[in-house]
Ligand binder design. Structure first.
Ligand SMILES: [Zn+2]
Length: 353
């Protein structure tokens, strides 16, 4: 769809030719605002590209992703698992990466740069390689060695470890993008557009969903998901929003705490071994808290032991490897008292273990 970009802070507007994902006057984050009305068809949720006309207009060349399976829990027939581990780099990040890389290519960049705890870099460097672009990656926190090896050796990315956590890596990526004219990628507006397709797919696969359980690191998935839902409600495709449940590790739960005390998100040093959600200050945290409230949802923290237990159980029940952040959603589901007619979906966000 045709669109413009608008600064979320100072509200300045840019045409879609503006080739940065941040504001030129105040450095605030931009958002994609469509200038045409989305028209939703009767999808079946089996193909990412049935929603291509709902994405920012671009030339999308690498098309193997999305349309991931939805399976029923063996313990509770009201609970379903959305298997994002089926994506090419085994996480939901691929949905956002195809949009970012297509736009970076269109704007004529040769290099993309991002901050990551692992999965984002794994996904972005994969699509950068397919497009013949260079990838510069700043890694903060405790990304797994397996992820880093693939990013370096398989995807040929230039990886730099940062002495600090994810938020420190974000600063490094921003400064690098300015200094080296690289496309700043990661948790910004184009990624959100790709990630909202998860809301479209789940809605088409299940129709009346009552709860969607989403792991939260930087809260881009939650925020993109909410955007997708809002678009569908505005267009009359769904009547009401499902309750959104945000899940964090208890050892890094700034969003859960902000939700509980009904205040602003405050930085917290990540101490969890669930690396994909080890983010001390979520970029879209404050926005996410408002979204949880307006969907009638909630925020849940789970322990390291609960995640480890679910990880083993998920492997033995379904034969599937899921990372700690993924099974955090199952641990959270066990704390929710579902009603008889509820239909819940836990997003199994990544499988890079
Ligand atoms: Zn601005």
């Amino acid at each position: 769809m045709k669109y413009i970009l608008r600064c979320t802070v100072c509200k300045v507007e840019y045409s879609s030719r503006h080739s940065y994902q941040t504001c030129g006057s105040c450095s605030g984050n931009l958002e994609v605002v469509y200038t045409e009305k989305p028209k939703f068809g009767k999808g079946n949720g089996e193909d990412f590209w049935e929603y291509e006309f709902l994405l920012p207009e671009a030339r999308y060349r690498h098309r193997e992703l999305g349309g991931t399976k939805l399976i029923k829990s063996k313990d509770d027939e009201r609970l379903h698992f959305k298997l994002e581990i089926e994506n090419p780099t085994k996480s939901f990040k691929d949905r956002g990466s195809v949009v970012e890389i297509a736009k970076a290519k269109e704007y004529g960049y040769e290099t993309i740069v991002c901050a990551s705890t692992g999965n984002m870099a794994y996904s972005l460097s994969y699509y950068a390689k397919l497009e013949g672009m260079n990838a510069k990656i700043f890694i903060g926190g405790s990304a797994s060695k397996h992820k880093l090896r693939n990013i370096r050796e398989l995807h040929d990315a230039d990886v730099e470890r940062v002495d600090g956590d994810f938020n420190k890596a974000l600063d490094c990526a921003y400064r690098y993008s300015k200094r080296h004219k690289a496309f700043l990628s990661g948790d910004y507006c184009y990624r959100k557009e790709g990630q909202k397709t998860l809301a479209y797919e789940i809605t088409d696969q299940l129709r009346e969903v009552s709860h969607v359980i989403i792991p939260v690191g930087n809260a881009t998935l939650l925020s993109g998901f909410f955007k997708g839902l809002s678009e569908m409600r505005k267009a009359g495709k769904i009547r009401r929003l499902p309750k959104i449940v945000a899940v964090q590790a208890r050892k890094c739960s700034p969003l859960v705490k902000a939700f509980d005390r009904n205040g602003e998100v405050r930085y917290e040093k990540p101490m969890t071994s669930a690396d994909a959600i080890a983010v001390g200050y979520p970029t879209f945290g404050n926005e996410a808290v408002k979204m949880l409230r307006s969907s009638g949802g909630m925020a849940v923290a789970v322990s390291e032991a609960e995640m480890k237990k679910e990880q083993k159980k998920f492997l033995s029940d379904y034969g599937l490897v899921a990372e700690m952040a993924s099974v955090a959603t199952i641990a959270a589901a066990r704390k929710i008292k579902f009603k008889k007619d509820d239909i819940a979906v836990a997003v199994i966000s990544g499988g890079n273990v």
